[in-house]
Design a protein around this ligand. Sequence first.
Ligand SMILES: [Fe+2]
Length: 133
Amino acid sequence: MTDIQDADPRFAELLETIYREWAEEVPGFNAFKRKIGLLISSPSARVFYHCDPAGQALWQIRGRKRIYLYPPTAPFPRPAELENVTRSVTGEEISYQPWYDDYAEVYDLEPGDMLHWALNGPHRIDNHNEINV
Ligand SMILES: [Fe+2]
């Protein structure tokens, strides 16, 4: 579910609180686009290697998952592929090679954990064998 801040004022308030706290901690911080979504995914679901040009942060509410974060520089996102994703010429999935994993930071997220990463940083996700929210 995307843009849930428009559907329920409680999420609008949560979104405002998150951005206000970031602005308090990061001088000059000013996000021009603020959105919040709710992802519910199946046990053992996988999200393949991709990048999100808008940037993102992830809060784990329920279940556990492993996330692999890759450097935001070539060759992990190849410039031509990143441009195509940004221009919506292609989807968010980009080329992946198994050796990229040698350069990944790996985190196991549990309920209550939060993670964000560098803009354009490719990532992929493996859910553990439980529903994830
Ligand atoms: Fe993503």
